[in-house]
Design a protein around this ligand. Structure first.
Ligand code: 0CJ
Ligand code: F3S
Length: 323
C-alpha cells in the first residue's frame, strides 16, 4: 500500500497501525484490574505493571500499590509480577514472604526465559542483547546469571569475552530496534562465526509490527509524534526508527499537552503512533490536539492486522460451570 499524497497546502495526520496495546500489555493491565475486582484493594504490583505513566496512575487510583521490591509487601499479601518478567530470585523472595503471587509476565518474555534456561543447561555462553538495568533484561539474565552476559548494542560487542567461541548463542530483549539488533548480531558474528541464533524471534511480533508501521509513515512525515513514556523501551525505539526512516523530526510525548507548538509550525504532514504500553485514549487526545491546530484530516496507514490474545494468569480466570 502506498501512502496517499497530500495536496501541497493540506495539513494532514498519518496514523500508524498497528500501534498501542499489544496482547501482553492488555493481559497484564486486565490482570491488575481483575485482581482488584476479585480480591479488593490493595493489590501490590512489583515495579510498573507496564511502562506507562497514565496506566500506572489510573491503577494506583483504583487501589494498586506499586513497589520496587518484594520486601515492601506485607507478608501474606497479594503481589502481581509485571509484564516484563522476574528472575527466579525474585520468585523465591516472594515465596519466602508467603506472598500470593499473580504472574503477569508476557508469555513472549517467558519464552525467552525458557530459551536462556535451555542454553545454560547446554553450557553455552549466552549473549543477551538488551539494555542493562531494564527489568526484562534483569529477569531473563537472572535465569542463568553464570551463563548470560548483556550486550547493550553494536558498540558493546568488542567488550564481549566468551569461554568457547564454538558454543555461543545470542538472545534478546523483546522490545529492541530490529535493525540495530541485526547490526549487533552482524558484529557479534564477525567475532564469533559459530554464533547460534535463537530458536525463534525474541523481538516480539508487536515490537516488530509497530516499527514496520512507523517506517511506512516516517518518510512522508515532517514530524512524527510517538505517544509513550520515557522508560518504555519499545516506545523510545519507535522515535529512533522514525528518525532513521526519514521523518523530518520525531518526538516522544506522554500526552497531548506535551506537544510543542513549534514542532507543528512548519509541518504539513504529522505522523502519529504509540508504543505497546499506551492506551488508545492518549492517541485520540493527540489526534484531537492536532485537529485544533489545523490537522483535521487523518489517514490511517496499516501494515499488519493483529488478533493475538493471551488468556489471563490462571488465578484470575473465571471458572466455567458445567452444564
Ligand atoms: O517487556 C515487555 C514485556 C514489554 C511490555 C510493553 O511495553 P513497556 O513499555 O511496558 O515495556 P518496554 O520498556 O519493555 O518497552
Ligand atoms: Fe509481550 Fe511484546 Fe507486548 S513481549 S508485552 S507482546 S511488547
Amino acid at each position: 500500500m502506498t501512502v496517499p499524497a497530500a495536496p501541497a497546502s493540506a495539513k494532514r495526520v498519518l496514523l500508524a497501525a498497528p500501534r498501542g496495546y499489544c496482547a501482553g500489555v492488555d493481559r497484564a493491565v486486565v490482570a491488575v484490574e481483575t485482581a482488584l475486582e476479585k480480591y479488593g484493594a490493595p493489590v501490590y504490583v512489583r515495579k510498573e505493571i507496564v511502562h506507562n505513566k497514565h496506566v500506572v496512575e489510573t491503577l494506583r487510583e483504583r487501589g494498586a500499590i506499586f513497589v520496587d521490591d518484594t520486601e515492601q509487601v506485607p507478608a501474606g499479601a497479594r503481589l502481581v509480577f509485571s509484564a516484563h518478567g522476574v528472575s527466579p530470585a525474585v520468585r523465591e523472595a516472594a515465596a519466602a514472604r508467603s506472598l500470593a503471587t499473580i504472574d503477569a509476565t508476557c508469555p513472549l518474555v517467558s519464552k525467552v526465559h525458557r530459551e536462556a534456561v535451555r542454553f545454560a543447561k547446554g553450557d553455552y555462553d549466552i549473549l543477551l542483547i538488551g539494555h542493562t538495568g531494564h527489568e526484562e533484561v534483569e529477569g531473563t539474565a537472572g535465569e542463568a546469571p553464570e551463563h548470560v552476559q548483556v550486550v547493550n548494542g553494536p558498540d558493546d560487542v568488542d567488550h564481549v569475552v566468551v569461554r568457547d567461541p564454538a558454543k555461543v548463542v545470542w538472545l534478546s530483549q523483546t522490545t529492541l530496534s530490529v535493525d540495530e539488533t541485526m547490526e549487533t548480531v552482524r558484529r557479534l558474528r564477525e567475532r564469533f562465526p559459530s554464533l547460534q541464533d535463537p530458536p525463534s524471534d525474541d523481538i516480539c511480533y508487536a515490537t516488530q509490527n509497530r516499527q514496520v508501521a512507523v517506517k511506512k509513515i516516517a518518510p512522508d512525515a515532517d514530524v512524527v509524534i510517538v505517544v509513550g513514556s520515557a522508560n518504555s523501551s519499545n516506545s523510545v525505539r519507535l522515535v529512533e526508527v522514525a528518525r532513521q526512516a526519514g521523518a523530518g523530526a520525531a518526538y516522544r510525548v506522554d500526552r497531548a499537552a506535551e506537544i510543542e507548538d513549534g514542532w507543528l509550525a512548519d509541518a504539513g504532514t504529522v505522523g502519529v503512533t504509540s508504543g505497546a504500553s499506551v492506551p488508545e485514549i492518549l492517541v485520540q487526545d493527540v489526534i484531537a490536539h492536532l485537529a485544533r491546530h489545523g490537522f483535521a484530516s487523518v489517514e490511517e496507514v496499516s501494515t499488519a492486522a493483529e488478533d493475538l490474545v493471551f488468556s489471563l494468569p490462571p488465578e484470575l480466570r473465571t471458572r466455567r460451570t458445567a452444564g
